[in-house]
Write a protein that binds this ligand. Structure first.
Ligand code: GLA
Length: 404
């Protein structure tokens, strides 16, 4: 329990008596992987999959949570403070719990979730559910929260209630993204900017996601192990050089203390430090509208995830290596938490359809498994998608330049 208080209540707004529906997209990360829990940079965009959270007030003292996907309903009394159950309901219940902890409890409600975000694919289905649920509960209380407040609330729900040690990237991107843009976020300060995807020759490319259908889960142990190993290395660097976190570290600094940490910690830190540098370079490539430079950074990121962060797998490596050889492909990499899930590919517009067919056919031949491909435009985040539901106009967030 904390005394932090968030949000601006809309003056004397009555509890809406009608049902409302809030939407949240999914996200794909273009660059900046596993940098968001040590003060680094990330470059995700929202993609047009959707979670729908329909909410309506109840007249008794209960809150119910229904998922069309799992065909189950959980009903809890408002006073309930039970622990996570280990199923889909933990995500919306976690959001409610965090609101309750912050003295922002919504009135009793029925919440019904539906949508089409691929599950366990590294496209943030969980954050999408959290954000859609949070927006719905806030719409019911008619309370305006900032982008930062909503994203932090949802991450806390996942860290504290669900028990998954994720960073801030997914929730932030799903709230704050802007159509046609990638979101450059400094995860230490939460300063961000929207970078247009259509400059120069970048405007003639498509983002293609390929789902290996190998299931990925952030809640499983490997993510937490990698995180702890990188924190071990970070602690050495912080102690030696007075840094705030790995976001400030350089490879020269890492090299000079490499004998003071485990080989695993050294590799994880090397990935994170070089990945932050790749995100900085990606900003330059985007501003220059240069898909060749951007693609090289993606391939470099993949190699670093493969060898240093060791979060890839055979199927994903095959998809990246195959993609890189296909006509029109500028770059490819594992995206999201890793250990399965999806690759993200930057592909020449006119080649995108053929690229998808060729990649799926090669994967089928090699693994006797059917991959899925999604051609994606950068979508709006939940902040923009739901602003009409709040009694007062939700102000446009000023894009804050200066993400490192
Ligand atoms: C998952 C987590 C994020 C981030 C990525 C890796 O998606 O939820 O916070 O750490 O993995 O970049």
């Amino acid at each position: 329990m904390t005394s932090e208080k968030y949000g601006t209540p809309t003056p004397s707004a009555p509890v809406p008596s009608r049902a409302m529906e809030c939407l949240a997209p999914a996200r794909v990360n273009l660059l900046g992987e596993h940098t968001d829990y040590s003060g680094g940079l990330v470059l995700p965009m929202a993609i047009p999959f959707v979670t729908r959270a329909a909410i309506r007030p109840r007249t008794d003292s209960h809150c119910s949570f229904t998922s069309e996907l799992f065909s189950t309903t959980l009903t809890l009394d408002q006073t309930d403070r039970s622990a996570a159950r280990g199923d889909w309901s933990d995500y919306p219940v976690g959001v409610l719990r965090e609101l309750q902890n912050r003295g922002a409890e919504p009135p009793p409600f029925d919440l019904r979730l539906s949508g089409n975000v691929p599950l366990a694919a590294g496209l943030s289905s969980s954050a999408s559910v959290e954000v859609a649920s949070a927006m719905a509960m806030l719409a019911l209380t008619q309370t305006r929260w900032t982008i930062e407040e909503i994203a932090l609330l949802c991450r806390r729900a996942e860290n504290e209630y669900v028990g998954s040690p994720c960073g801030i990237m997914d929730q932030f991107a799903i709230v704050a993204a802007q159509a046609g843009h990638a979101l450059l976020l400094d995860t230490r300060t939460l300063a961000y900017e929207h970078l247009p995807m259509n400059k120069g020759e970048l405007g003639e490319t498509r983002i293609v996601i390929c789902n290996s259908m190998v299931r990925h889960s952030v809640a499983n142990g490997e993510y937490g192990i990698r995180r702890r190993e990188s924190e071990e290395g970070q602690a050495v660097l912080v102690a030696r050089f007075g840094l705030r976190d790995l976001g400030d570290a350089t490879i020269a600094q890492l090299d000079s203390v490499c004998s003071e940490m485990s080989v695993a910690a050294l590799r994880r830190c090397r990935h994170i430090i070089t990945e932050n540098a790749r995100v900085r370079a990606a900003k330059e490539a985007m501003n220059a509208g240069d898909p060749i430079a951007f693609g090289k950074l993606m391939l470099g990121s993949h190699t670093s995830q493969q060898n240093d962060f060791e979060c890839s797998c055979e199927e994903i490596d095959f998809l990246v290596e195959t993609a890189a050889e296909l006509p029109g492909c500028f770059g490819a990499r594992l995206t999201g938490g890793g250990f399965g899930g999806c690759t993200v590919n930057l592909v020449q517009h006119g080649e995108a359809e053929r690229f998808c067919s060729a990649l799926k056919a090669a994967y089928q031949r090699r693994f006797s498994r059917t991959a899925e491909t999604y051609l994606c435009e950068a979508a709006d985040g939940a902040w923009r998608q739901n602003s009409h539901l709040f009694a007062t106009t939700v102000p446009e967030p000023a894009s804050r330049a200066g993400a490192k």
